[in-house]
Design a protein around this ligand. Structure first.
Ligand code: ATP
Ligand code: MG
Length: 344
């Protein structure tokens, strides 16, 4: 069902994305070492990757929320367990137990397996294996370094393993890979870069119509048009709208309000100065000096020059703004509502 809020995991369920699937299939068929799949939140990265993997011997590792080494290996264990082909490949490998309920990994002590060792073993199973690390930019040292080094090892030594890194904070993801950082073990290595684009208005319209058709619900065209405009091709919000409508919330303004609340919660992890800059951009500041003027005259605070530049860069690396404009209109609305009183 198109309006299922969970990520899609098969190609039948996936709407459009043919070009992206083709590019990823080509990448895996060639046995290329590394691809990077970028895109803002809710644009459909996980759905694309899981649907793509369904036709490959694939391992999907969700790095969101991984803090410790135990978390990392648990996430990897879950990824290995999900694919029958991969489970077969790992039978008899030291440090791995393939049981009836999934794969157990021994990651510490005697007979344990490192991540590089695991990739090495996957590469000996026969056939190309694709390993996806989703939201990999959220990893922190020392786990991030371990993952990066294992990927560099596979890049150089394990031709039967192709790795895909994905994440919604595009700048941070590039930092993770180490584009432009000679100290990174992945520096200077070629990778395929694929950006998951927003749907055009035409595709958004078709998506909503098909989603409602699937469940046999008639929706006024005018409402669909409005939703297409408001959600700007971000498929996760289109699903949010579709679900809300099916659940009886028929007033678009109220759906948008609820979406904005969700976005507001996501912005609370930002620092007060970052929120202030977002508020400035949401209020129409379109350049560095306009942001400074807003912050100084409207909010009555001064931010040192270098600090302001750093904050703006950080927000760009988080893929919230680019060139003083929001990438997601719902985040823009949410930012207008960010309080001034919470600065510290
Ligand atoms: N091509 C698609 N066809 C149908 N539904 C989709 C498609 N892409 C995404 N969706 C739906 O949109 C929502 C968001 O998708 P998904 O979780 O894949 O995005 P994401 O980019 O990984 O988001 P996040 O950055 O929050 O992890 C989900 O409800 C998913 O089912
Ligand atoms: Mg995702």
């Amino acid at each position: 069902m198109l309006f299922d809020p969970r990520p899609k995991s098969s190609r039948d369920e996936l709407f459009d994305r043919e070009e992206e699937l083709k590019a990823l299939d080509r990448f895996a068929e060639r046995g290329d070492p590394l691809a990077i799949v970028l895109g803002i939140r809710r644009i459909g990265k996980t759905s694309l990757l899981k649907s793509f993997l369904s036709e490959w011997a694939g391992v999907y590792v969700d790095a969101r929320g991984v803090r410790t080494r135990a978390d990392l290996f648990r996430a990897i264990g879950e990824g290995l367990s999900a694919s029958r082909r991969v489970r077969m490949m790992l039978r008899g490998v030291r440090g791995v137990r393939v049981g009836p309920y999934g794969v157990e990994l021994k990651w510490r002590g005697p007979d344990s397996l490192s991540l590089a060792g695991l990739l090495h073993e996957l590469g000996r199973g026969g056939g190309q294996v694709v390993v996806v690390f989703d939201e990999v930019q959220s990893l922190r040292p020392p786990i991030s370094a371990e993952v990066r080094e294992a990927i560099a090892y596979a890049y150089d030594n394990v031709p039967a393993v192709s790795v895909i890194l994905s994440g919604s904070e595009v700048g941070l993801l590039r930092d993770f890979v180490g584009v432009g950082n000679p100290d990174s073990p992945l520096y200077g290595r070629y990778s395929l870069e694929l950006e998951v684009p927003r749907f055009s208005p035409g595709l958004s319209r078709e998506f909503l119509r098909e989603g409602f058709r699937e469940v046999g619900v008639d929706v006024p065209e005018a409402l669909i048009e409005e939703a297409v405009t408001v959600f700007d091709g971000i498929v996760g919000w289109l699903v949010y709208f579709g679900r809300s409508y099916l659940d009886g919330l028929r007033d678009l303004d109220r759906v948008v309000k609820a979406a904005v609340e969700t976005a507001l919660k996501e912005l609370t992890h930002l620092r007060p100065r970052e929120r202030l800059v977002l508020k400035a951009v949401a209020s129409g500041a379109r350049s560095w000096s306009e942001v400074r003027d807003y912050v100084e005259s409207v909010e009555g605070v001064t931010i040192p020059k270098a600090s302001l530049t750093r904050v703006i860069r950080k927000l760009e690396r988080l893929s919230i703004i680019k060139d003083y404009a929001f990438l997601d209109p719902i985040y823009e609305r949410a930012s207008r509502r960010l309080g001034g009183g919470d600065r510290a």
